[in-house]
Design a protein around this ligand. Structure first.
Ligand code: BES
Ligand code: MN
Ligand code: ZN
Length: 489
């Protein structure tokens, strides 16, 4: 757990005290801390540069057993993300040293040109998210998370920012939930089981839960979802989570792509990197975690999460290239490529969401195209919308949480590219260029006049390597962004 604390460093015993140090400016006003920093800066090993770190033991000025100084770099370069990285790295260093209690000193916000709320938010996020370890499949647990992380603030600030700190904590828990789901191997999250796991947690938070099983999906004519699921021995599910606070009116609907494994189907993917396709349910994980978090936070806004969950496998029952299916909406689609399965399950979920809930706004989040990763790299999500305000709001939220989004165009003339000779549409474009755009345009054919945005998270949902406040595997991308966004829509 994370707490804000006000401590007399001269009198109270602290196991580890972490002090962030700016290279070219004093960012504290506390005399003791300032004198400690002067001491550290006397040594040429430590300047306060970005990756500098030095530990002192048994200093006379304070009762802390050890004081760990971490560099923030030059003032000009310090922003919210730098603070997340700093506390994330500090916590990771503590984990490596097997230290279990820490007190992290919070600089004076004004001195780094930040609002106290965003400074605290960033420092708490970095520390809490950096403390997450995914090791449930290892018999030998090499590392354990830090048990107690406290933040050193002024006496009047512990209560003033108490609510902020518990909100950040809850949102980070949601992010970690999404990370764990994404990192989990596909044999432990086949659709029935992944759905059950979502339902169990959602019910605990009193969300309204509806699950459509294979029978209902067939009966209600979810032709696209059934076609993608056909090759797998696991049956598809559609999970719907509703957060219905009293008195709220029109809902925001969030749709998340839930492919628990994407082998490509009959258009089998090449083997290099195929294991990463366990992450093809990252959209569903982010949306489910966001709903659970919104319920915990008792958000005043009505939110509905719609999660089509399937496994895309080749088999004697699998859909074939050239097959023509009838979607929930009634339009027919020729399956040009069984590996373009995400857009198929999404259009059925989107059509259903719009018909049943008539949302004011619908946002879908999906690991949809490799083309989006080619365009924007592995850390930035593609964002599409006909609505400038909605696109802008998403981008701003992404800037707040450092889950970066970049808008790409929805150019009408590209719709030519997925015409079919035999059906209303083809799920495959006739060119390999502009694949992120054609996929988004394909979805747009099913949104009618609903205010809609699509976020392609194929790049940032999964990390091959660890970074300052995230381990290798699922990143939980989208949870913090959506939590930030929901309050604004
Ligand atoms: N799940 C993939 C997209 C993906 C690629 C996610 C890389 C994460 C990392 C999606 O279902 C897919 O296979 N897309 C195809 C579409 C193509 C067949 C039109 C792609 O991007 O190659
Ligand atoms: Mn695919
Ligand atoms: Zn996929």
């Amino acid at each position: 757990m994370i707490h804000l604390k006000s401590v007399d460093l001269k009198k109270e015993k602290v196991a580890s005290l972490v002090i962030p140090v700016c290279e070219d400016k004093t960012v504290f006003d506390d005399e003791i801390i300032m004198s400690l920093i002067r001491k550290a800066k006397k040594f040429k090993e430590f300047k306060g540069d970005k990756n500098d770190e030095v530990t002192f033991y048994d200093l006379a000025e304070v009762k802390a057993e050890r004081v760990i100084f971490i560099g923030l770099g030059k003032l000009e370069k310090i922003d919210r993300e730098a603070m997340r990285a700093a506390t994330g790295k500090a916590v990771k260093a503590l984990i490596k040293k097997k230290l279990s209690n820490v007190l992290i000193a919070v600089p004076v916000a004004k001195k780094i040109n930040m609002e106290m709320t965003s400074l605290l938010e960033a420092m708490l996020e970095g520390a809490y998210l950096g403390n997450h370890i995914f090791d449930r499949y290892k018999n030998e647990k090499k590392h354990t998370p830090v048990k107690k992380i406290d933040f050193l603030v002024k006496p009047d600030e512990t209560r003033k920012y108490g609510r902020l700190s518990s909100r950040v904590y809850t949102i980070c828990q949601g992010t970690i939930l999404a990370r764990e789901w994404v990192s989990m191997p596909s044999n432990d999250k086949r659709p029935e089981r992944f759905a059950r796991s979502i339902v169990a947690l959602a019910k605990k938070e009193n969300l309204k839960v509806t699950v459509l099983g294979e029978k209902e999906l067939k009966q209600k004519k979810f032709g696209a979802i059934m076609a993608v699921a056909a090759g797998s021995r696991s049956k598809p599910r559609m999970v719907i989570l509703e957060h219905n606070p009293k008195g709220s009116k029109k809902a925001v609907a969030l749709v998340g792509k839930g492919v628990t494994f994407d082998s490509g189907g009959i258009n089998l993917k090449p083997s290099a990197g195929m294991e990463e396709m366990k992450s093809d349910m990252s959209g569903a994980a982010a949306v489910a975690a966001t709903l659970i978090t919104a319920a915990k936070l008792k958000s005043g806004f009505r939110v509905i999460g719609i999660l089509p969950i399937v496994e895309n496998m080749p088999s004697g029952n699998a859909s074939r290239p050239g097959d023509i299916i009838k979607t929930y909406d009634g339009k027919t689609v020729e399956i040009g490529n069984t590996d373009a399965e995400g857009r198929l399950i999404l259009i059925d979920a989107i059509s259903y969401g719009i018909k049943k809930y008539k949302p004011r706004t619908l946002i879908d989040m999906a690991t949809l195209t490799g083309a989006c990763v080619v365009a924007l790299g592995e850390k930035i999500a593609g964002t599409f919308s006909f609505d400038d305000k909605l696109a802008e709001d998403i981008i701003l939220s992404g800037r707040n949480t450092h889950e970066r989004c970049w808008r790409l165009p929805l150019t009408e003339d590209y719709k030519e590219l997925f015409k079919s000779d035999f059906a209303d549409l083809n799920n495959m474009s006739s060119t390999r260029y502009g694949g992120a755009i054609t996929a988004a345009l394909f979805l747009s054919e099913f949104v009618k006049d609903t205010r809609w945005a699509h976020i392609d998270i194929a790049g940032p949902a999964y990390a091959k390597k660890e970074s300052s406040y995230c381990g290798a595997g699922g990143t939980g991308f989208g949870v913090r962004l959506l939590c930030d966004l929901l309050d604004k829509l």
